[in-house]
Design a protein around this ligand. Structure first.
Ligand code: HPA
Length: 266
């Protein structure tokens, strides 16, 4: 897989960004872009969901070498838990030691309107599986510590940059479900009681994989809808994509600012 990437680019990204549903266009911001369809990479699991282009985009953003991963994969696509860690393993093999994870999520706080941005302070793994299940790869830890899975210094810096831009940003706990069905109101009620602020079908396996490799993580959720049972209407993926694209500009400007300042030391 690494050799196949190297046939297209010798870019050694410092930072990788995984783009969630409707947020893929952030990669359009990159200079000197080299886009590689993940279909040409042997062993890379393929994206099957609308809103995930199945591409790796290498380039420069704010003078920093970056890799945009538009090839996120999910458990509900039928991939093995282990496959969910492949994009992060590849980013690490290419040199990235910092990872920004973005996603679209349902909000569990009834006061948060669609379009709210949330820094992820911690997560809850309700899919009850892990990309680390299976043999330990070289350079990985068997039992990674998850007590600071999302880097607090980086989060603080990101929060300050948001404040400077007059951007309101919330902070909270992201909960991972296997999907693909949205949650029932009873599940949402349960998730609120156990401390979740946002719910979605991604991000957590990537954060676990990053922890095993010693990669620093910053997580950003776009709350695209209130979670099931917290509002009158039903949920659908089009709404998720639509709200994602509405906040894209704010999010893109904020991410640029985050990328422009020094990254926390590894
Ligand atoms: N639930 C799960 N995943 C999601 C949601 C939701 O309400 N919104 C966007 N992704």
């Amino acid at each position: 897989m690494l050799t196949a990437v190297r046939q297209h680019t010798d870019n050694q990204p410092e930072l990788a960004l995984v783009l969630g549903s409707g947020l893929g266009a952030l990669a359009d911001e990159v200079d000197d872009a080299v886009a590689i369809p993940t279909s040409v990479l042997p062993g890379y699991p393929q994206s099957t969901v609308e809103g995930h282009a199945g591409k790796l985009v290498f380039g420069t953003l704010e003078g920093r070498k970056v890799l945009f991963i538009q090839g996120r994969v999910h458990l509900y696509e039928g991939h093995s838990p282990r496959a969910l860690g492949v994009p992060v393993r590849l980013a690490h093999a290419l040199g990235a030691r910092h990872l920004i994870l973005t996603n679209a999520a349902g909000g569990l706080n009834p006061d948060w309107s669609p379009g709210t941005l949330m820094l992820i302070t911690d997560h809850i793994n309700m899919a009850m599986t892990s990309p680390l299940a299976g043999p330990v790869e070289e350079g990985e830890v068997r039992f990674p510590d998850m007590s600071s899975a999302y880097d607090s210094e980086w989060m603080e810096n990101a929060k300050n940059l948001a404040v400077r831009r007059n951007l309101t940003v919330q902070q909270g706990v992201y909960l991972w479900t296997a999907g693909p069905s949205y949650e029932t109101p009873a599940e949402i009620n349960f998730f609120r009681r156990i401390g979740a602020d946002a719910v979605g079908m991604s991000t957590v396996p990537e954060a676990i994989q990053a922890a095993a490799l010693g990669i620093k993580v910053l997580g950003i959720s776009t709350i695209t809808n209130l979670a099931a049972g917290l509002h009158g209407t039903s949920l659908n993926h089009d709404e998720v994509l639509e709200v994602g694209s509405e906040v894209r500009e704010h999010l893109a400007a904020w991410v640029r600012a985050i990328v422009a300042v020094p990254l926390p030391a590894v």
